[in-house]
Design a protein around this ligand. Structure first.
Ligand SMILES: [Zn+2]
Length: 210
């Protein structure tokens, strides 16, 4: 906390990371507090996506704590960092899902060069323009858009990859033994919709560059 007060978020980040790592599992309140301050340090370091990941965990551990309010302020309906417009929110969700699918199909799960990353980004951006051009996205609720984005299989022909091994995940409430729809309350008991809680869309940065 002193490091944060003295404008040393880098030092605070290291300390809070160590605190999270050594926090016993039977102290969810303390763990939530460390994760919250870890997120505050990341926000100061201009790492909103990683901060959101910490806040997502912190608010689950302690739904009435301060992390919940900050988390809800910063997420959009995809459970991602809120951008300047709905269209940007949509684009980042589409981009993350497609890029994660691409990287997930590679053995080392990373871009080998900036050229490769640029090419993949361009392909996704082209596909996005086509998708927006169809006018299909207008007035669709987020859960429907998400379904559309996930079903959209982009062919990445440049890099000689085999068909991407995308697997479909189904959200299940194990306590009630039923499949969850995106807009239903999350099974974890947070009271939030599933797609803004445990089923939130994860940014590329969170998945592959932690
Ligand atoms: Zn949840």
């Amino acid at each position: 906390m002193r490091a944060l007060a003295h404008h040393r978020p880098d030092l605070a980040l290291r300390r809070f990371r160590a605190a999270v790592a050594s926090c016993p599992a039977e102290s969810p309140e303390a763990l939530s507090r460390y994760l919250y301050w870890l997120a505050q340090s990341l926000l100061k370091l201009d790492q909103p996506e990683l901060a959101l990941k910490s806040l997502a965990s912190a608010q689950k551990l302690r739904p009435r704590g301060p992390a919940r309010a900050v988390y809800l302020q910063r997420i959009n309906d995809y459970g991602m960092c809120r951008r300047a417009s709905v269209e940007l929110d949509d684009f980042y969700a589409f981009y993350s899902l497609q890029a994660c699918a691409y990287l997930g199909s590679k053995p080392d799960r990373r871009f080998d060069s900036n050229t490769e990353k640029d090419a993949v980004t361009r392909l996704i951006a082209d596909a996005w323009r086509v998708l927006v051009g169809t006018g299909k996205l207008k007035k669709l609720p987020v859960a429907k858009k998400l379904k559309l984005f996930k079903a959209y299989t982009l062919a990445f022909p440049l890099f000689g990859l085999s068909q991407s091994r995308r697997c479909k995940t189904i959200a299940v409430d194990f306590r009630r033994n039923v499949a969850l729809k995106g807009d239903e309350r999350c099974f974890c008991g947070s009271g939030l919709p599933y797609i803004r809680c445990c089923g939130r869309t994860v940014s590329l940065r969170e998945s592959f560059f932690e």
